[in-house]
Write a protein that binds this ligand. Structure first.
Ligand SMILES: Cc1ncc(COP(=O)(O)O)c(C=O)c1O
Length: 438
């Protein structure tokens, strides 16, 4: 780059050339983490890191204490039960009732090594329910790792960008895929990573009713539970409740991550919940891969078992303590995480000031909520060009093309690592970018 840039352009160019990808727009989150890390190390300049959704908040003491107690009690030498420890199952069941208003017996509440493991286990079973069906349909844009999981498993998937198919339009689009492509499951995240749109009750009803009609498994990924800050879903047992497809079909599974809402990413413990009816459903074609034709048994005793044979005891006890406090109304998780929305508000203003535009800019006509992610572009640049140019300006992000988005001009920004002490540096760099390209 010939322009005057905040980061030494010779170093950036050399390191970019050494990277294994041909197009920076195809780089994964972890590849961008490495790229920015290498440039930081060589130049001594810190990046504004917006590529990875690392929680920027300390975990609550109550969880740490519970983990330490469990560790000292000698659990390290014992295998954890594959179905999850009983107190955690109980608190997950309470959580689902109190915050989603869905009744589910603790028997159908499980734990996985992060939601990431929950999704791969579900793919292994939900994609094999029928010999003549292809696999999962991603309502995109979405979390790139889930597509990587599908690829690693050797499956096929289908995808469409939901932005132009919101509201009633969703039904025809979904049905077209379900029938033509022979879909066996549907996955979406709500709120959506990266677009930060949230499905309405009407849309969830459409998804649920189609799931029942076509006997599909819904994988509802609630990685950002309660983090649509336009509403307050955090009062136990009181409406409004986090919207869920479980109101509209029995064919549901849910992934509730502890990583973001409870800042518990490092301990790799997530919640995996399966409706009782689906758990007990029988699909004879599952026998090709599993010891049984029952959905739930295949999921827990075959798929999850082969992946890690359970989750370590101590994080399960830590999460149990957190959930109990949340369920009892002693800890309001939203109070801790709403800072992400406040940060997004300031950062989005700054991006607009320096000539950037938002890509997913409305949620059914309403402004997109301020939350963990936002998406942006710069006039006249593709996403790859924008990302490369931002790297020279000390700002890292990921391209939307890796998320199943059709908006290849855009990037995803995550606000979690950009504390307010970094706002002046961010502003300085965005300003310089705009001077160089505006
Ligand atoms: C949409 C979505 N699903 C799942 C996950 C995985 O979460 P976990 O840390 O619980 O594995 C993430 C993490 O960023 C995510 O954004």
């Amino acid at each position: 780059m010939k322009k005057d840039t905040p980061i030494d352009s010779n170093v950036v160019k050399r390191i970019l050339d050494e990277m294994p990808f041909d197009d920076i727009g195809d780089a994964s989150i972890r590849e961008i983490v490495r790229l920015a890390g290498m440039i930081e190390e060589e130049t001594g300049e810190k990046y504004i890191r917006m590529e990875m959704g690392v929680p920027g908040i300390d975990v609550r003491e109550i969880a740490l204490e519970a983990e330490i107690k469990a560790f000292k009690a000698g659990y390290a030498s014992k295998y954890a039960p594959i179905i999850g420890i009983a107190p955690l199952k109980k608190e997950i069941s309470r959580f689902v009732k109190l915050f989603l208003d869905i009744d589910i017996d603790p028997e159908y509440c499980f734990t996985s090594v992060g939601s990431a493991q929950g999704s791969i286990a579900l793919f292994m079973v939900a994609n094999r329910t029928y010999t003549n069906r292809r696999g999962v349909l991603f309502i995109d844009p979405g979390f790139p790792v889930q597509k990587l999981q599908i690829k690693v498993l050797g499956y096929e998937y289908d995808t469409f960008d939901v932005f132009n198919y919101r509201g009633k339009k969703l039904k025809a689009k979904l049905e077209e895929f379900i029938v033509e492509k022979k879909i066996s499951s549907i996955l979406y995240s709500n709120p959506n990573n990266p677009a930060w749109i949230s499905f309405t009750e009407e849309e969830l009803q459409i998804v649920g009713e189609l799931a029942t009609k076509h006997n599909l498994v819904i994988i509802e990924d609630l990685a950002y539970f309660g983090m649509d800050f336009r509403k307050d879903y955090s009062e136990p047992g009181k409406p409004p409740f986090q919207p869920t497809v479980a109101k509209y079909t029995d064919n549901w599974t849910m992934l509730i991550s502890s990583s973001k809402a409870f800042s518990y990413a490092g301990q790799r413990v997530g919640m995996l919940i399966v409706s009782e009816k689906l758990y007990k459903s029988k699909f004879p074609d599952l026998k090709r891969f599993f010891s049984t034709e029952q959905f739930g048994h295949s999921l827990i005793y075959n798929a999850l078992y082969t992946l890690s044979a359970g989750v370590s005891h101590t994080p399960q006890y830590g999460l149990t303590a957190l959930l109990k406090a949340v369920n009892d109304g002693d800890y309001n998780y939203r109070d801790d995480v709403k800072i992400y929305g406040e940060r997004a508000k300031v950062m989005k203003k700054m991006f607009l000031k320096y000539g950037f535009k938002f890509v997913y800019d409305n949620d059914l006509g309403e402004p997109i909520a301020d939350g963990f992610y936002f998406t942006f572009s710069y006039p006249g640049m593709t996403g790859s060009e924008l990302l490369e140019n931002l790297i020279y300006h000390g700002i890292s992000a990921i391209a939307l093309q890796t998320t199943g988005s059709e908006r290849h001009e855009g990037l995803r920004a995550c606000v979690s690592q950009v504390g307010k002490e970094l706002f002046p540096l961010l502003e300085e760099r965005l300003k310089k970018f705009h001077e160089n390209f505006g």
